[in-house]
Design a protein around this ligand. Structure first.
Ligand code: ATP
Ligand code: MG
Length: 412
């Protein structure tokens, strides 16, 4: 059926698992993609072997990761495959162990279970198919196969309960609509529209991860468009949601579309989070800066520093979603570089900058979205110059590693 499309490493892992008497399946997005004839970007595997048994079976190729939710990474050179042990939903008595349990929100389930229990703890039927590449067969315990054929996103269990249990599932359902053009079952759609504001209860860190995941796929515009339509976007990124008030598509939306097209058409498109966030914030920041001047070259030089603007924009945009400081600093750096593309002097500063590549890409996306003059970029090579004196390692003696301050050791 889809055996030929499965990566040989996945075959190998499942073969080894079976040889050692365990069960082993490919699960989640990879099965979905393969059934639709797409090549998966990554593979998740599921087994009844515990992390320790996996470690024993795969030896140095396996690494147990995570403290509470323990998974195993199996490595083939630089390629990593995530293998998780079947899990089940915790029972109500097990949940009582959690102090802040409100009876609705589910915390990450971490109790080992059976294949069946694992299928039923998953969110949607199309995400709960278990594929065995050795027998080329699918275990479908939840009716996901017919739903795939009908292009339908259906919750496993009662839609509203499953959404309230983990509001991030609302975004996950919408991603399936944007990516595959699937429809939502009526009851799930009603549950999402009714409970859209509950998304604010999800942890900021998870929401930040979701934003990055959306930006990593070439459906970002469609996904944010649907998230806006369902009334979810305003609770995650009010700043971005605001852009949907205009009748015609605003520049940010066009930039997202340009980025999506480039992701599809370029052989390689970086998943840099700084570039992703810059693509979302750049134009609104530019608009803020324009309040002070009309000159493109002067635009970033007014009294408010770009950093404070970025701080404000990232706060407004991401509604308090914590953007790590180093990401914000690099974001500021990239945005500061943009006016330099218009200058003829001091080319080297831009060309040698470590984020030149991202700044050029951001500027290119903005130029295309605004029907700007692309010939400006003719003078700027695609890649940063390598081995310039500044980056020539040999001309710099090796830096000594800084010692940790003593008090850090004492506080352990
Ligand atoms: P993608 O192609 O974006 O990776 P995916 O469905 O594989 O899509 P993952 O985040 O990799 O998404 O999750 C793997 C699988 O884990 C899902 O297919 C689903 O079965 C299960 N899963 C992930 N998140 C949840 C959740 N919040 N609730 C229930 N099951 C989940
Ligand atoms: Mg996946």
């Amino acid at each position: 059926m889809i055996r030929k499309s499965v990566h040989p490493h996945v075959h190998k892992i499942i073969h080894i698992l079976k040889d050692h008497g365990f069960q082993g399946f490919l699960v989640g997005g990879a099965v979905r993609d393969l059934l639709l004839g797409d090549q998966p970007k990554d593979y998740d595997l599921s087994t009844n072997a515990t992390p320790e048994e996996l470690k024993k079976t795969f030896g140095r190729q396996a690494r147990i990761i995570g403290r509470r939710f323990r998974l195993v990474h199996i490595c083939f050179g630089r390629e990593v495959y995530e293998v998780s042990t079947f899990r089940r939903k915790p029972s109500s008595t097990e949940r009582q162990g959690r102090k802040d349990d409100d009876g609705v929100m589910l915390w990450r389930d971490n109790e080992f279970g059976t294949l069946e229990e694992d299928a039923f703890r998953r969110d949607f039927t199309v995400n709960a198919l278990f594929y065995d590449p050795i027998t080329d067969s699918i275990e479908d315990l939840v009716g996901g196969r017919p739903d795939m054929d009908n292009e339908l996103v259906r919750a496993i269990g009662t839609p509203e309960e499953r959404v309230l249990e983990d509001p991030v599932r609302m975004i996950r359902a919408i991603k399936l609509m944007a990516q595959y053009g699937f429809k939502l079952e009526a009851e799930l759609e009603t549950a999402i529209r009714k409970n859209a504001s509950q998304i604010s209860l999800a942890s900021k860190a998870r929401l930040f991860e979701e934003i990055l995941k959306i930006m990593n796929k070439p459906y970002s515009f469609k996904t944010f468009d649907l998230l806006h339509d369902f009334g979810i976007l305003k609770h995650i990124m009010p700043g971005l949601d605001y852009e949907w008030q205009y009748e015609n598509k605003h520049i940010v939306q066009k930039m997202l579309q340009v980025r999506d097209d480039r992701k599809i058409n370029c052989n390689f498109y970086s998943n840099s989070r700084v570039l992703a966030l810059a693509t979302i914030c750049f134009e609104p920041l530019r608009q803020l800066a324009r309040i002070h001047t009309d000159s493109e070259e002067e635009i970033w030089k007014f009294k408010d520093s770009v950093d404070s603007l970025v701080r404000k924009a990232t706060f407004d945009f991401f509604h308090g979603v914590v953007i790590p400081k180093f990401v914000r600093t690099r974001l500021t750096g990239i945005i500061n570089l943009i006016p330099r593309f218009m200058m003829t002097k001091k080319r080297a500063i831009l060309l040698n900058h470590k984020d030149y590549y991202y700044a050029r890409e951001l500027f290119l996306v903005w130029l295309i979205a605004t029907d700007g003059d692309l010939s400006i970029l003719d003078r700027w090579p695609k890649k940063r110059l390598e081995q310039t004196p500044h980056h020539n390692k040999k001309s710099h003696p090796k830096r000594r590693r800084r010692r940790r301050p003593k008090h850090q050791g004492l506080s352990k």
